[in-house]
Design a protein around this ligand. Structure first.
Ligand SMILES: Nc1ncnc2c1ncn2[C@@H]1O[C@H](COP(=O)(O)OP(=O)(O)OP(=O)(O)O)[C@@H](O)[C@H]1O
Ligand SMILES: [Mg+2]
Length: 298
């Protein structure tokens, strides 16, 4: 039911109200098919940001790996149609998903982790997908109802930057999404843009699980001094304004950029428990588990 916002409603309430009137709805047949296909998936989580290059794909993949390491059944779906990077950072580029009885089988990445990206179905990964909105939405809808995830505890959606077709499709099509994780860096520019992602979630009644501050700091490997190389304060400010939690602070680390470039993120997260990055990711995943169990305010 709409709240009475005629007096001094805050920005969250105003946006919830706008959503009821402005958001185009997905045709019911697709919504039903997606609902049926995802009925055995417990928690669906979208990783978003208003800004590009802040580490959404890394955070999505690392979270999926860490949740799998904690023993959960996990799926990772790359919904970045124009700039998919999940196959590269997880080292599965070139693998081909196969179809069984009209459904797409995601690629098994670890014992309890499966991954799918549109890139894995392209003939030439170097050719761009040149699609306008409706075609893109159709591809996303098809991925959502044709992928055979089976039973999962968590399905993580990696999304492109901004608040366009892809996050809109997820927010509208995915039944009962558990919420969004918003990724930012400490810079004030990223903080400004990230507010748009927060407002987007409010407009679509998508609960926000929390904010991840990626590239938060650099710890000198020699003396242990912490350097805030990308500034500080932007994530705190957004969290304070919107009453959200910062659920992870992930350092900048050369081993991490190497792992992402070489497609060896799985071995860093699954195989190197003592690494500074792995430790922060496992803590982050535990926080997500804790948060998804508590009822979230929309
Ligand atoms: N904590 C980190 N330490 C070092 N390098 C990082 C870190 N996080 C991300 N990177 C690097 O930053 C770049 C962007 O990361 P990523 O692709 O995950 O961002 P994105 O937000 O998904 O980008 P896009 O908006 O293009 O989808 C990558 O080259 C990655 O190697
Ligand atoms: Mg990305």
């Amino acid at each position: 039911m709409l709240k009475d916002l005629t007096s001094n409603g805050n920005s969250r309430d105003r946006n919830i109200r706008i959503r009821k009137f402005q958001t185009p709805q997905i045709p019911p047949p697709y919504a039903k098919q997606v609902e049926e296909n995802l009925k055995d998936v417990k928690y669906k989580i979208a990783v978003i940001s208003g800004k590009g290059g802040v580490g959404k794909s890394f955070v999505s993949a690392a979270l999926a790996l860490a949740l799998a390491k904690l023993g959960y059944l996990v799926g990772l779906l790359d919904l970045d149609v124009h700039g998919p990077s999940i196959p590269k950072i997880t080292g599965i580029r070139g693998m081909r998903p196969y179809a069984v009885e009209g459904k797409i089988e995601p690629i098994p990445l670890a014992e309890n982790l499966k991954v799918l990206s549109l890139e894995l179905m392209l003939d030439d990964v170097n050719k761009p997908i040149v699609w306008r909105g409706p075609l893109k939405s159709k591809a996303i809808i098809e991925l959502l109802y044709l992928t055979n995830w089976g039973k999962l505890d968590y399905l993580i959606f990696d999304l492109p930057p901004g608040t366009g077709d892809e996050p809109l499709s997820v927010a509208q099509l995915v039944p009962e999404p558990r919420g969004a994780i918003i990724v930012t860096t400490p810079s004030s520019l990223a903080g400004t843009v990230v507010r748009k992602a927060v407002e987007f979630c409010f407009q679509l009644d998508l609960p926000i699980i929390g904010i991840v501050e990626n590239m938060s700091y650099f710890k000198c490997p020699v003396c242990g001094t912490i350097h805030k190389i990308f500034g500080e304060g932007a994530a705190e400010e957004v969290a304070k304004v919107y009453n959200l939690d910062i659920i992870a602070r992930i350092p900048v680390h050369p081993d991490l950029s190497r792992a992402l470039d070489e497609g060896t993120l799985p071995s860093l997260i699954l195989g190197n428990q003592e690494h500074e990055v792995t430790r922060s990711i496992i803590e982050f995943a535990k926080k997500v588990v804790e948060k998804t169990k508590e009822p979230l305010e929309k």
